[in-house]
Design a protein around this ligand. Sequence first.
Ligand SMILES: [Zn+2]
Length: 115
Amino acid sequence: MPPLAWAALVTAIFYGVIANATSSTVGLIALGFAGPAVYWLSLKLHPNTNCRHCRGTARHRGWLFNYAHRPCVQCAGTGRHVRWGYRTFFSDGKKAYALEQEARAKAKAALRKRH
Ligand SMILES: [Zn+2]
């Protein structure tokens, strides 16, 4: 089970226990604190996600000769992207995202020069 699914399960159980023990209002308030805390921890531990275009392989494959490949331009050949939450809520994430955008622009320019 992936870590986020575990976090969701633990949060759901926590919410269920609190809601049964007291009232749903207390449970909702507890979920209001626990949900963002779990998301924050997830972002802190895992700030990156796989590139959607190359699925984390860092390679762009040809559609006809699919054994042929080049570095993926979208992730600049890294296979990863900074997660939305990390680049939005963390100052390190903003810096990492700026570097990622810069690397992407360079990779696109290099691809254009190749032709
Ligand atoms: Zn990629």
